[in-house]
Ligand binder design. Structure first.
Ligand SMILES: [Zn+2]
Length: 140
């Protein structure tokens, strides 16, 4: 018996074959993507935390931060701008800042925790004085 050619197959049969082929290809792509991200995770150096680019704040510049280029956060040692203390901005804290707080992707920690607190309090006090000044001027 001769093999059925495409022309002899019913439309329904052909549609079924196309759908199956598409599904196979999609499954293969998903498997490939999962394999690659598992591979990337396995290759992360000690203490590294993977970047989820989708969660980053929108870029305001074409500059690509090092953690985006690399694909993971690493603990960042820095010297506090106020008191000169040696501090570490941890990979986990960076992930929170960039992906949860949606911080600017080019901003980095420059103050230790106590100095940051003091700076926040100072800025809040300055804002209050400024607003009171505006209120006083509006009253008179
Ligand atoms: Zn400090």
């Amino acid at each position: 018996m001769p093999e059925r050619t495409n022309a002899m197959k019913s439309n329904r049969q052909r549609r079924k074959e196309i759908t199956e082929k598409r599904r196979d290809s999609r499954d293969r792509h998903d498997a490939e993507r999962n394999r690659r991200s598992a591979e990337r995770r396995a290759m992360l150096p000690e203490g590294a935390v993977a970047v989820n680019e989708v969660l980053l704040a929108r870029a305001n510049s074409y500059t690509v931060p090092d953690f985006v280029a690399r694909g993971y956060y690493l603990d960042r040692p820095f010297t506090c701008r106020e008191c000169g203390r040696e501090e570490v901005w941890t990979a986990t804290q960076q992930k929170w800042w960039y992906e949860v707080a949606k911080g600017d992707r080019l901003a980095v920690a420059v103050r230790c925790r106590p100095c940051r607190r003091r700076e926040q309090a100072r800025a809040a006090a300055a804002r209050k004085v400024h607003q009171e000044g505006i209120a006083a001027r509006t009253r008179s």
